[in-house]
Design a protein around this ligand. Sequence first.
Ligand SMILES: [Zn+2]
Length: 254
Amino acid sequence: MVSLAEVVAGLPETKKLYLDDSYKKEAESHVLRWIKDTGRKGYVVVRETIMHPKSGAQPSDHGVLESAGITFIVNKVMEYNGVIVHYGEISGGDFKEEDCVKLRLDWERRYKIMRTHTAGHIVDYAVVTIYGRPFQSQSAMHDVGYGFQEYIGEYSGDLKERIEEVANEVVMSNKPVFAEYVNAHELSKRVFGAPNLARLPRLDVYRIVVIEGINAIPCGGTHVKNTSEVGRIKIESIEQVGNGFKVSYRVLDG
Ligand SMILES: [Zn+2]
């Protein structure tokens, strides 16, 4: 069993193309490392990638890396010390260092994750609006079509119909969604409606995802570029958990 620390040892940070363009479905790159695990399974690091790792509240992308007859099916993506590691199964040969590879994203899966993640930020806004005060979040997940947000504190009443109504008003108001980069000093002036400030690591530069007029939240995830792309949000449940409450939701197709 190889550790991620061994896989990435000595490698530069990966250029994360998905941070600048979450709609990029294909790219070309070069192999920096290929390490076999068991059988045909193993780890690939390339210079730049379109694949988002499992991190925080977003699940792994899936996809394919191809090079001259070699196919590598990616079923898990991880990040270690700024290096993105693709885990999966190879066929047709073995990669060599500096091989040129074509990356293709499982776009159907990713687009649904993007819709779900943006929906999560909209749910944050709707919860604040309906309960009339901000909450800190303690965990969240934005999976393929469904997600949840867990907040610390007491909530008053199961107001899921009203939260759903506010969330869908945001969806239908065609608000632009975009990312901005700010330093630690600017952070407090630029974020608003952000439930995750207490959980932020200390960084020199923060990426903020802004839904115009709604909220601006530190986030390294992939988002749609307009709230209308999210589709209808269904709030499934609001339930008491430990020291807080959990809001579960879905994004509906069609
Ligand atoms: Zn986010």
